[in-house]
Design a protein around this ligand. Structure first.
Ligand SMILES: NC(=O)c1ccc[n+]([C@@H]2O[C@H](COP(=O)([O-])OP(=O)(O)OC[C@H]3O[C@@H](n4cnc5c(N)ncnc54)[C@H](O)[C@@H]3O)[C@@H](O)[C@H]2O)c1
Ligand SMILES: O=c1ccn([C@@H]2O[C@H](COP(=O)(O)OP(=O)(O)O[C@H]3O[C@H](CO)[C@@H](O)[C@H](O)[C@H]3O)[C@@H](O)[C@H]2O)c(=O)[nH]1
Length: 436
């Protein structure tokens, strides 16, 4: 089967590489020249375990092609995956302009040709499939494009994208016709997981509802974590205690600096906007987002417990990516923490195993006001306190006894609850962990 994938970002690139690995012939259409050059040269533009090797293999064996030539890819393909971005607009709604641009290109390149299944993998508001159908009629200007629109939301997590694409918990497909369903069954034939076939509205809602629910769990445990801090309880044990109940489940109950990344914040804003646009009370999600916004202030408050004044002090920030195992810094909680520290008059020395370059590129103004260190050891030299924002293993494995002596004052705030409290106190740290 010939497949076209539009957009070689986190989702598009992983989808394309994995589908080619499964034996499909995949053409990836990417408009960003810089990305395209690198991909054509066999260099992955994102860091994902396993991706680079698979990319090179499938590229050299000819199953995977990166191109700017949308019309040619459209002509050849029977199934077209749309994986372009759906970023936030200022009012929180999803910006659908990239989806519309791809729609136009697909319609104009498939006029009077055979049936094609257009599969929307991007995360989109309910009703998007219908809009694509309507716009297709307009762009066809009275001629006929034989397109069927399906919804196939993607649930992969960054840092484990290849593994999660290849072994998902479930596959959701919103498709109307038998022909479309048969094609999607063929695409996912080798996947051994529940496959849920629905109408397109249901599939579209499943994606936002899943992300919103997971983010709700995180804000919920973060709310409880504040109470644990006030009362001397331990949020990790509370999470274990409630998570053992199978109706609740243990996942996504880790307290921390709040959720970040390119998905949860954006998708919550968009889902809340969708709810409001139907006149519904989605205030629950507003609260989830508000709790998340307040996390950085909570961390400042903890630091004050030990440091008295923060102004003029040097604080090491360990971790810039929104979670470990990725170089992605989009909407990272580290940015809010650094912003709050600077507002207190502290100076910041930040470090991260993979995220420094991305942080400099994305947060230029903020990056100009802080310094960067190549390693945690270097960041901690002369620091009055360290704050762990991202739970990288290197921080778990750091020689804390060794670095402590280089600090001005050995204050450590474990924002991810990842270190052994008794051990850190034994080493002589004034140690605080989120939720304890
Ligand atoms: N990042 C994730 O982990 C993840 C997981 C599940 C779903 N999603 C959703 O998938 C979608 C894509 O997310 P992403 O993180 O991959 O985005 P991204 O911004 O990393 O990638 C989008 C890519 O599309 C390209 N593009 C834009 N317009 C194009 C066009 N007309 N033709 C060809 N290429 C074009 C861009 O240059 C970019 O490379 C979003 O809707 C997102 O919410 C993301
Ligand atoms: O118990 C937890 C779990 C996660 N997080 C934070 O939540 C954010 C998101 O984490 P994660 O879900 O692992 O990362 P993403 O790669 O953003 O994946 C989410 O967003 C994707 C894009 O929509 C979906 O496909 C995935 O299913 C969904 O998990 C990160 O900042 C994490 O540190 C916590 O604070 N506590």
């Amino acid at each position: 089967m010939n497949i076209a994938v539009f957009g070689a970002g986190y989702v598009g690139l992983v989808t394309a590489v994995c589908l080619s690995e499964l034996g499909f012939r995949v053409q990836v259409v990417e408009k960003d020249r810089h990305k395209l050059n690198r991909l054509q040269a066999g260099i992955s533009t994102i860091y994902e375990p396993g991706l680079q090797e698979m990319l090179i293999r499938n590229l050299s064996e000819g199953r995977l092609v990166f191109t700017e030539n949308g019309p040619l890819a459209i002509l050849k393909a029977e199934v077209l995956f749309v994986c372009v971005g759906t970023p936030s607009r200022p009012d929180g709604s999803a910006d659908m302009s990239q989806i519309e641009a791809v729609t136009k290109e697909i319609v104009e390149s498939s006029l009077d040709s055979g049936y094609k299944l257009v599969v929307v993998k991007s995360t989109v508001p309910v009703g998007t499939g219908r809009w694509i159908e309507k716009m297709s009629v307009l762009y066809a200007k009275g001629r006929k494009a034989n397109l069927e629109i399906a919804s196939n939301p993607e649930f992969l997590r960054e840092g484990a994208a290849v593994k999660e694409f290849m072994h998902p918990d479930r596959i959701v497909v919103g498709v109307a016709s038998e022909r479309g369903r048969t094609l999607m069954e063929e695409v996912y034939r080798s996947f051994d997981c529940p496959k849920l076939f629905t109408d397109s509205h249901t599939a579209e809602i499943i994606k936002y509802a899943a992300n919103s629910f997971l983010a709700t769990k995180i804000s919920y445990i973060n709310m409880v974590s504040d109470l644990c801090e006030e009362t001397g309880a331990d949020v990790a044990l509370v999470a274990e205690g409630i998570g053992c109940d199978r109706r609740i489940g243990a996942d996504f109950l880790k307290a921390g600096p709040g959720f970040g990344g390119s998905c949860f914040p954006k998708d919550l804003r968009a889902f809340a906007h969708v709810g409001r646009s139907y006149g519904l009370n989605f205030g629950l999600l507003e609260q989830v987002m508000q709790i998340n916004r307040e996390r950085s202030q909570r961390m400042i408050r903890r630091l004050r417990e030990q440091l008295w004044v923060l102004g003029g002090k040097k604080i090491a920030v360990l971790g810039l990516t929104f979670k470990p195992g990725t170089d992605d810094v989009r909407e990272t909680p580290a940015a809010a923490v650094i912003e709050a520290l600077l507002a207190e008059g502290a100076s910041v020395l930040a470090t991260d195993p993979l995220g420094i370059a991305g942080f400099r590129a994305m947060y230029g103004n903020l990056a100009d006001r802080i310094a960067f260190a190549e390693s945690a050891g270097e960041a901690l030299l002369g620091a009055h306190a360290a704050v762990i924002v991202t739970d990288w293993d290197v921080y778990r494995e750091l020689d804390w006894a060794g670095v402590k002596d280089g600090m001005e004052t050995p204050v450590l705030l474990d924002g991810r609850n990842m270190l052994d409290r008794a051990e850190m106190r034994r080493l002589g740290f004034a140690f605080m962990a989120v939720g304890r």
